[in-house]
Design a protein around this ligand. Structure first.
Ligand code: SF4
Length: 398
C-alpha cells in the first residue's frame, strides 16, 4: 500500500444497553433502583406497558415523564424477537418462525381450543438430547435462549392475539414443550416463567404454565424449590431398555430415578399432579404389553403418593416428519392402548393432532439451527460428565 492510500473499516459498536425484556419483576425493580435511582413502582409501570399494552418504545410510555424516558433511552432497550414468517393452520393453530440472531430461528405455536388458548414455547435453539422420534433433535443444538428470547415468544403471540391479561384473555396456557430441554436452560426458563405468571406480566395461574422435561432428574428437584409450575415428563416407555432406545437421557437418569424425582416433586407441591407424555409409535411402544407395563408404573407412583389423581397420561399419536423411521400407531391400537390404561384406573387422554398442515404438531418443530456441530459435541460431553444444566457450560461450548 502506498503512503497516500487509506482504508476505511466499519466498526459496529455493540449495544450495551440492558434489554428490559427478560428481567422479571425483581430484576426490573433492582434495575430501576440501582441504575436509575427510581422507585419500584416505575418498574411496575414498565411491565404493564410491555406485557399488557405491547409497547416497545419508551416514547409511548406517556405516564413515565420526559426526563425518565430520556434516561431510559440511554441505558435500556426493549428488544423483541423478529418474526421471520408466520403461518396459520386451517384448524386455527398458528406458527411463528422467530429470528433469534443472524443465523438461528426457533418456532412457537399457538393452539386454540374450546375455552382455552395454549402457546407452545421453545427454550433452546435446537436440542442436544437426541430423542429418536423428535424432529427438533435432527437439527442438533446451538445455544440456550435468553430469558428475553423466551418471554419474547409469549409477547409476539399475545400481541398477535390482542391478548390483554385480566381483561381480554386469549392466551390461557403456556407449555414449555417447544424446541429444547427447558431444564438444561434452568435460570432463563425460571425467570421467563416468573414473568408469565406475574400479574404485571401475562398473569397466568401457576397451574397454567407447564414445563416439560425429558427427565433431567437433579433439575426436577431444583425446579420444585425455584418455581411453582406444572410438570410434564416425556416418558414414552415404561421400561429402561425401550426408553433408553427412544430417549438416550434415560441411560443417565433411568426410570426409577425419574419416578422418584417426580414423587418428591408432588410431595413438595401439594395438590399437584404430573402429566406423563407418551408418544405412540407403531409397533415400537404401542402394544398391549407396553400399556400394561405403563399401568403398573403409574400405579406404583400413585400408591406411593397415596393419591390416585397424582398421575395423568397424555397419549400423543406420533407425528411423522421427513427422514424418520417411526410411524404413527393405528387408530385401533391407540384406542386399545387407552382402554387398558383407563381400565387400570389411570387418567388418560389422547391428544388430538393440531397444526399438522403447517408442521406445528407435537415433535415437529424444527426452526433453523446453524453452526451446531461443535457445540453439540461439547454439550453432550458435558452432559455425560454430569456438568450440563447451567448456562455456563453452554456458553463455554459456544
Ligand atoms: S423431545 Fe424434547 S428433549 Fe427430546 S430431543 Fe426433542 S426437544 Fe429435545
Amino acid at each position: 500500500m502506498s503512503a497516500v492510500e487509506t482504508t476505511t473499516t466499519q466498526i459496529t459498536v455493540p449495544d450495551t444497553r440492558t434489554n428490559l425484556f427478560g428481567l422479571d419483576r425483581v430484576g426490573l425493580e433492582r434495575f430501576f433502583a440501582e441504575k436509575l435511582g427510581e422507585k419500584t413502582y416505575r418498574a411496575h409501570q414498565i411491565m404493564k406497558w410491555m406485557y399488557h399494552r405491547h409497547a416497545t418504545s419508551f416514547a409511548e410510555m406517556t405516564d413515565l415523564g420526559k426526563a425518565l424516558r430520556a434516561k431510559l433511552e440511554e441505558v435500556a432497550t426493549i428488544v423483541t424477537p423478529t418474526v421471520v414468517f408466520e403461518k396459520p393452520s386451517v384448524d386455527g393453530t398458528h406458527k411463528w418462525l422467530l429470528g433469534m440472531d443472524t443465523s438461528n430461528a426457533i418456532e412457537t405455536v399457538f393452539i386454540p381450543d374450546k375455552g382455552r388458548g395454549t402457546l407452545c414455547v421453545s427454550s433452546q435453539v435446537g436440542c442436544a438430547l437426541n430423542c429418536q422420534f423428535c424432529s427438533t433433535a435432527t437439527q442438533g443444538f446451538n445455544r440456550n435462549l435468553s430469558a428475553a428470547e423466551i418471554i419474547g415468544q409469549v409477547w409476539v403471540a399475545a400481541r398477535h392475539l390482542g391478548n390483554i391479561p385480566h381483561k381480554d384473555r386469549k392466551l390461557t396456557n403456556v407449555v414449555m414443550m417447544g424446541m429444547g430441554e427447558p431444564l438444561m436452560n434452568f435460570d432463563n426458563v425460571v425467570t421467563a416463567m416468573s414473568i408469565m405468571r406475574d400479574d404485571l406480566g401475562f398473569g397466568l395461574a401457576n397451574k397454567r404454565v407447564t414445563l416439560s422435561t425429558a427427565g433431567m432428574v437433579p433439575m426436577i428437584d431444583k425446579l420444585s424449590e425455584a418455581s411453582d409450575v406444572s410438570l410434564a415428563v416425556s416418558l414414552h416407555a415404561a421400561n429402561d431398555d425401550l426408553r433408553t432406545s427412544l430417549v438416550p437421557l434415560n441411560k443417565k437418569y433411568p426410570i426409577a430415578d425419574l419416578m422418584a424425582a417426580c414423587t418428591r416433586y408432588v410431595q413438595r407441591k401439594k395438590r399437584t399432579s404430573i402429566t406423563f407424555e407418551y408418544t405412540l409409535m407403531k409397533g415400537v411402544n404401542d402394544q398391549p404389553a407396553h400399556a400394561r407395563e405403563l399401568v403398573r408404573l403409574m400405579r406404583r407412583f400413585t400408591n406411593e403418593l397415596q393419591d390416585s389423581d397424582a398421575a395423568k397420561v397424555n397419549l400423543i399419536p406420533f407425528n411423522p416428519f421427513t427422514g424418520t423411521r417411526f410411524e404413527r400407531s393405528t387408530e385401533t391400537d391407540i384406542r386399545a392402548f387407552q382402554k387398558i390404561l383407563l381400565d387400570g384406573k389411570v387418567l388418560t387422554m389422547v391428544r388430538r393432532t393440531r397444526g399438522d398442515d403447517i408442521d406445528a404438531a407435537c415433535g415437529q418443530l424444527k426452526g433453523q439451527v446453524m453452526d451446531r456441530t461443535r457445540r453439540n459435541a461439547t454439550f453432550r460431553k458435558s452432559l455425560e460428565a454430569g456438568r450440563a444444566g447451567g448456562e455456563g457450560d453452554i456458553d463455554a461450548a459456544a
